[in-house]
Design a protein around this ligand. Structure first.
Ligand code: ADP
Length: 248
């Protein structure tokens, strides 16, 4: 079962990363284009009759900044779809949320209508014993779904983190989009259920499998106004260590 979970998570990551490839290519092209410009500027300062070393140095340090940014983006993507068996480590959920917001920024701006992403993160959350890549996967699925739900109307995606009353960590992804499909809201977590022409119907089912393999829960609720909210809860470090999930 665990191998199947790992395979499914891997598959879904590859699909989702494939969908993101275009916007990521754009994100990587920007710093590279900036680096080329700065390299030309640098050469011009050096080729002057009296080379301006200070200006050339400044242009060179901008090149370092641009290329470092491009390398960071590549590293982040690589960590998303590098194959590996699930690995448990102490994970800071807020950090994962922040990373995903950076990663999905371009995706949210791909549509003609503005979609903003906002984070309401409770500082100094206890860390969770979890597979970082799998949790990135869950957040990416939920956030991409939220963005997609708002692609015709625009709106705001809000990601919240806090400690719930039962002491577990609670992450919520809320959108102001189309809302859950009427009378189908219990089916959305079933594999292959999709209302999208290009959908796979795998995202939510894989996400739930991942969260449950961490002894957590994943569920959805309709917003009072527009849109839907997806929540997942996870036991914190002490609990997870004291009560390892079944089968681990
Ligand atoms: P896919 O996105 O490929 O359809 P998912 O398993 O991620 O697969 O989602 C299944 C279905 O759940 C979607 O097709 C959609 O009908 C519904 N759904 C998921 N997220 C949202 C959301 N944020 N708002 C409204 N409906 C959603």
């Amino acid at each position: 079962l665990r191998q199947a979970q790992a395979d499914l998570a891997y598959m879904s990551r590859v699909i989702a990363v494939g969908e993101l490839a275009a916007s990521l290519a754009h994100e990587i092209k920007q710093p590279i284009a900036a680096a080329v410009m700065n390299a030309k500027t640098c050469a011009r300062w050096l080729q002057r009759d009296t080379p301006d070393i200070a200006e050339a140095c400044e242009a060179a340090s901008r090149i370092v900044k641009d290329t470092t940014r491009a390398a960071e983006i590549i590293d982040r993507v690589r960590s998303l779809y590098s194959r590996g068996t699930p690995e448990r480590e102490l994970v800071d959920l807020n950090e994962i949320v922040r990373e995903m917001i950076v990663l999905l920024h371009d995706e949210a701006n791909r549509y003609c209508i503005p979609i903003s992403i906002r984070a309401e993160l409770t500082p100094s959350l206890p860390r969770v014993m979890a597979d970082r890549v799998q949790l990135q996967q869950v957040l990416m699925n939920l956030m991409l779904n939220g963005i997609e739900a708002m692609k015709d109307t625009g709106g705001e995606l809000t990601v919240t983190s806090k400690i719930a009353e039962n002491g577990q960590l609670l992450v919520s992804v809320s959108d102001s989009g189309v809302g859950l499909p009427v009378e189908e809201s219990d089916r959305i977590f079933k594999a292959f259920f999709t209302t999208k022409p290009q959908g796979t119907g795998m995202g939510l089912s894989i996400s739930r499998t991942i969260v449950e393999s961490h002894s957590g829960r994943l569920w959805a609720s309709a917003n009072t106004g527009r849109g839907a909210t997806f929540h997942f809860s996870l036991p914190t470090e002490t609990k997870a260590v004291a009560m390892p999930p079944e089968g681990t």
